[in-house]
Design a protein around this ligand. Sequence first.
Ligand SMILES: Nc1ncnc2c1ncn2[C@@H]1O[C@H](COP(=O)(O)OP(=O)(O)O)[C@@H](O)[C@H]1O
Ligand SMILES: [Mg+2]
Length: 363
Amino acid sequence: MDPGAFCAQARLLIVAGKGGVGKTTVTAALARLAARTGRDALIIDVEGKSGLGNIFGHLEPLTYQEAVLAESGGPDSGEIRARTLTPDDALLEYLVDHGMNRISKRLASSGALDVVATAAPGIKDILVLGKVKQLERASVAGAPGAADLLVLDAPAAGHAFTFLASARALLDAVTVGPIRAQAAEVLEMLSDPGRCQVMLVTLPEETPVNEVVETAFKLEDQAGVHLTPVVVNGLYPVHDLDIDPAVAATAARVPLTEAEVASLRRAATFRMHRQELQTDQTDRLAQALPLSQLHLPFLFTTELGAAEIDLLADALEAEIAKLPDLAPLNLPEDAGAEAGAGAESEAAGAGSGADNPQPAEPG
Ligand SMILES: Nc1ncnc2c1ncn2[C@@H]1O[C@H](COP(=O)(O)OP(=O)(O)O)[C@@H](O)[C@H]1O
Ligand SMILES: [Mg+2]
């Protein structure tokens, strides 16, 4: 698949996964890729502490106002912007927009939101997602200054599911009023793959793989969102080390001491073990979750900056290129039946394509 087509699938890509797997890093790489395809990308940080700015060398903390993290590199490249979107700010804006200017400041500073949030769980998430929806609508409408692609760095771990399931939960709990209307509109956005998709990120390790499989099924079944291929981050580049260092050294006419040969053997054993483990885990993930995988390399540096994000965007681009092209979304009602036989053979040929990510029952 062409990276431009990948970035055009939906206006909103939500990057989710357990804390520490590389969500923020993948969010940055995705924004970089979008910029390369000529799109202005807006990164949305819902926790306000992702460290995203730092990655691009933007030292001031991100705020509710958009900041440019990377300028457009020319007519064919977009810019990367970022902003925070926390519940308190979203509430303030909501109140101001609805003519409650006077009380809004006092309400926000009095901690009233926390009281409301206790009474109606999910309200904070709906405030944030309601604002995200407003940005998504502005993007679709091509409003002046609106970004072409929104990339949301989702809250960590368990919160990602409650965050995305909040709309449905609120619809069940609230029967009338603006909150219900807001929840309904958010749900409509989340469940429309042409508007919003979720990109899960994981690591090639036992527990993260188990967790991402569980999250994927829950998100599709209970939150009703559409998943892109899953990102497996931090893969060690695979080297063929199945040759003894002493033999290799002799062949290359490099003199080595006994001690050097011994440590090289240990290093090679360690690395081969790690390579085997990660292959086992990505195989296991493929078995358990019928989604394509996008593999990103582990980068051996102490800190990731703009140059490393560029490397990861390269990797993402190469992985996306291996994906099959998308079947057109929103086929007319009767086209599905006609295309039945063809679609079946296509699905068999494409394996677990991004366009057909219904996970099978686990087990
Ligand atoms: N592919 C990678 N190679 C090397 N280090 C990485 C990679 N991806 C992420 N990291 C590092 O791992 C740490 C966690 O990544 P981060 O993106 O902040 O995770 P999350 O947002 O999921 O908590 C950071 O220090 C980041 O620089
Ligand atoms: Mg993060």
